[in-house]
Design a binder for this molecule. Structure first.
Ligand SMILES: C[S@@+](CC[C@H](N)C(=O)[O-])C[C@H]1O[C@@H](n2cnc3c(N)ncnc32)[C@H](O)[C@@H]1O
Length: 248
């Protein structure tokens, strides 16, 4: 990671910019349509910010998390969505079924993430409004408490609303091209940063909560180190270091 200040970092290859600030403050200074795509996962306004004790699933309980600073009691304002639409050519906005009155356009192309949720009272799927004119599409990927689609290579969750890296990769395969510049105003765990780096997309990602910003940077930094080790040595030194510290 390259540190510019306490609130601004870059990935070592400078393709990902991390900002710890209010996204509206950032967007106020942006020119129109400077981002190819905004991928937005804002608070939905349903109280799922980590402050609840999650024991609703009979099959797999969820971790408890620190509530984030802004809370999930309200979705962003109409002005925030207008800013997002102003600074980007296209938009994908998760959770828009909860606040569709704040989005000024109809869409043929909603995206559905089927969480293969089983017998819980959590929602079976999440929905994203998009600005694309194509058909609605579905992505199926299990995400239920500790149960995940790929149990051999589980994503170690650090955020109450964390999305799978695989979901973001599917978006980039289908709705972008290499080197497109993406905006994410509500970074959270920054699964999106890892997906963009893997798919060679440029990204500006913003997170308001300083604690979640720091944990997401640590997570990205670990991923970046492993990726660089694999490129240089053909394997990730960090894993071997933990099991056999005398080797390095
Ligand atoms: C739904 S979560 C994002 C989860 C993320 N997609 C992930 O995969 O981990 C929303 C995040 O937006 C952050 N946030 C809320 N208001 C914000 C604002 N005005 N500017 C920047 N970040 C904000 C919250 O702290 C929270 O971490």
């Amino acid at each position: 990671m390259i540190k510019i200040s306490d609130t601004e970092y870059y990935s070592n290859d400078k393709t990902i910019r991390f900002l710890n600030m209010d996204c509206n403050e950032f967007m106020k200074k942006c020119n129109p349509a400077i981002f190819d795509l905004a991928v937005i996962d804002s608070p939905y306004g349903i109280g799922e910010d980590g402050s609840k004790n999650h024991t609703r699933s009979k099959i797999a309980t969820s971790k408890n998390y620190k509530a984030y600073q802004s809370t999930d009691n309200d979705s962003p304002t109409i002005e925030t969505f207008n800013n997002i639409i102003y600074v980007s050519k296209n938009q994908i906005i998760w959770g828009a079924n909860h606040f569709i009155s704040k989005i000024p356009y109809d869409s043929s192309c909603w995206l559905i993430w089927d969480k293969d949720n089983g017998e819980t009272d959590f929602a079976d799927c999440e929905m994203a409004w998009t600005s694309f004119k194509t058909a609605a599409r579905k992505f199926k990927h299990k995400w239920q408490g500790m149960l995940q689609e790929n149990m051999k290579n589980k994503q170690q969750r650090i955020h109450p609303n964390e999305k799978p890296i695989e979901l973001y990769k599917w978006i980039y395969d289908n709705y972008t091209k290499p080197n497109d510049h993406i905006l994410d105003c509500f970074g959270g765990s920054m699964s999106n940063a890892i997906a963009c780096h893997m798919k060679r997309r440029k990204l500006t990602i913003i997170e308001l909560d300083v604690d979640y910003f720091k944990s997401a940077l640590n997570r990205f930094s670990e991923y970046e180190k492993k990726t660089e080790d694999i490129l240089e040595f053909g394997y990730a030194k960090t894993k071997i270091e933990k099991s056999n510290p005398v080797l390095f």
